[in-house]
Design a binder for this molecule. Sequence first.
Ligand code: CA
Length: 221
Amino acid sequence: MEARLLVVEDDHGLRDVLARALREEGFEVRTASDGRSALLSAQQPVDAVVLDIGLPDADGRDVCAALRAREVTVPVIFLTARDGVTDRLSGFSAGGDDYLAKPFHVAELVARLRAVLRRSGGVPPPSLGDGLTLDPAVHALRAPGGTVPLSPTEFRLLACLLRAPGTVVRRRELLRAAWPDGAIVADNTLDQYAAKLRRKLAEAGSTRRLSAVRGVGYRLG
Ligand code: CA
C-alpha cells in the first residue's frame, strides 16, 4: 500500500504540480486548499501531511496544532515562503516534523517525506510472507538478506497485486494502478514489467509466484 498524503496548499498551480509529482512517486495523494478543508480531510486515514503555513483562512501552524490536539500523530512537513529561524522554530513547536522553504524542488520534498515516513514507521508495510515486506518509504522489497529496490512502476504494480493476493487482477486495473493517467502503454509493456517483478521477487527470496492468466491479468499466488 502506498503512503497516503494530504497536501494542503492554497496556490492551486503549486498544489496541482505537487499532487501530480507525488502520485508519480507512488504516493496516494489527496489535497485541500485551506485549513478548514484540511481538518475535514484529515478525519480520513492519512500517513503524512504537507502543510502550507500561509493559508487563506488559517495559519498552517494552527492547523497542525489542531491536528495534534485530535491526536493525529502522523508526520507534518510545513511549506513556507519565509525562511526565518523564528518561523522554523515556531513550526516545530506547533508539532511539525520538518520544514521546507519555497521555492523547493519536488525531489527535495519527496526525500524529506520518505525520511519522516521511515522515522514514523509510516504505513505498516504490506507483508509478502517469507519475512518480506514492501517498504513504501523507500520503494523496495525488504528481505531478511537485504533490500531489493523497485522502480516506481514496479512498486505500484506489486502494491496493486498485494491488495488482492491469490486472485486474478485484471490487466486494465494493473495498468491504471501502475501508470499515470493518460499514459500510452504498449500491450506487452505490462508483461515486461511483470517479468521484472518476478525476477526481483525471486532475488528477494520470495516463494510467491506471479502468474499470468492469458488475456485476463496476473495473480500473485
Ligand atoms: Ca499559501
